[in-house]
Design a protein around this ligand. Structure first.
Ligand code: SAM
Length: 329
């Protein structure tokens, strides 16, 4: 699948549920209305859709959400999709998780061929963890990380950089993550969906974070790539890798290889644009995949060049109205 700008689309992210057991303040309002369960694609339908993408050239699948591991019987889908790893059709099957259910599922994930996962963690302070996630249990997440490591799964930590919240903590998070053999990636907060607070209060440009870290650590740009949008540096003092995901300070769209599927079968060709394609109707219209395949081709033909996120005091409204939990982070 090649889009109008010559980019090969080889990476599908699937939000398997919009529900989450956390309420991170920059992601959701505390009082969220979720989709009625009857609107969700079944696990079998998610499998069929993902498989159609694999047959059309997708090499990497990431299940996300909401919290992917709270979707009922999610391991059934992961187990089933792992057949594409065994056949060699897929290079990587992975998840992005808040870690709350990892202790339960780590061994089975490893058994399904999941080799690396992303765990979201914005602070190492249990009180601040409660403050930012509203509902999260820090000890459970730590136990989940340990369980995944014990099962042989590599972990990359993702932390959203938040002004006045974790900026002072980034050096110690970096040292801890690298000491535990984990990469750390920092993410700029993106204007997605209405939240309870004001995003301008939270926004921290990673260019400033990098400048601050450079006073203490030796950061060297490296060409390391994981198929996602992060740009990496090596940190000489720790020997580990630090990634930067900078949708605001450095638009990363030129190398975008991704599309995103929601749990209702809507395909978003860009995280930061409203345009979408409904794949549920062609999926359900026939047992064969011809209609679906045509609908996917048509959607890829509309993939936009990129997004233009802005966070400032004049731009009060989010760039897109849907939350990250809908499109899948
Ligand atoms: N529940 C899973 C998790 O916590 O990783 C997967 C879904 S979550 C939406 C995926 C990632 O998106 C998390 O790392 C989260 O911190 C990040 N995220 C959510 N809203 C965001 C926003 N407005 N800007 C930047 N990152 C955001």
């Amino acid at each position: 699948m090649i889009d109008p700008f010559g980019r090969a689309i080889t990476y599908l992210r699937i939000s398997v549920t919009d529900r989450c057991d956390f309420r991170c303040v920059y992601c959701m309002a505390e009082d969220m209305t979720f989709l009625p369960k009857r609107d969700l694609l079944t696990l079998e339908e998610l499998d069929r859709l993902s498989t159609a993408f694999v047959e059309k050239g997708v090499r990497k699948l990431r299940l996300t959400g909401g919290e992917p591991l709270v979707r009922r019987n999610i391991m059934h889908l992961i187990r089933s999709l792992s057949r594409h790893l065994q056949s060699g059709a897929l290079d990587e099957l992975t998840i992005t998780t808040n870690g709350s259910q990892l202790e339960r599922f780590a061994a089975e994930l490893a058994d399904c061929g999941v080799k690396r996962i992303n765990v979201s963690l914005d602070t190492l302070n249990p009180d601040k963890f409660k403050e930012i996630t509203r509902w999260g249990d820090y000890a459970k997440v730590m136990a989940g990380i340990k369980a995944a490591q014990a099962a042989g799964i590599k972990i990359k930590l993702n932390a959203v950089a938040l002004k006045g919240f974790n900026d002072g903590e980034i050096p110690s998070m970096l040292e801890w993550a690298h000491g535990e053999g984990m990469d750390l990636t920092l993410i700029e907060t993106m204007p997605l969906g209405e939240i309870d607070g004001d995003r301008t209060d939270q926004y921290l440009p990673l260019s400033a974070v990098r400048a601050g870290l450079s006073e203490r650590f030796t950061l060297t740009d490296i060409p390391y790539k994981t198929g996602g949008p992060a740009r990496y540096v090596e940190v000489k003092e720790t020997g580990g890798r630090l990634g930067f995901i900078t949708p605001l300070t450095h638009n990363f769209c030129e190398s975008c290889n991704r599309v995103r599927l929601t749990c209702t079968g809507t395909l978003y060709m860009c995280l930061g644009q409203e345009d979408a394609a409904d794949l549920r109707a062609p999926l359900r219209a026939s047992e064969g995949n011809e209609l679906l395949s045509n609908a996917i081709d048509e959607a890829i033909g509309r993939k936009p060049k990129g997004h233009d996120f802005i966070i400032d005091r004049e731009t009060r409204k989010p760039a897109v109205s849907r939350h990250m939990s809908v499109t899948g982070g």
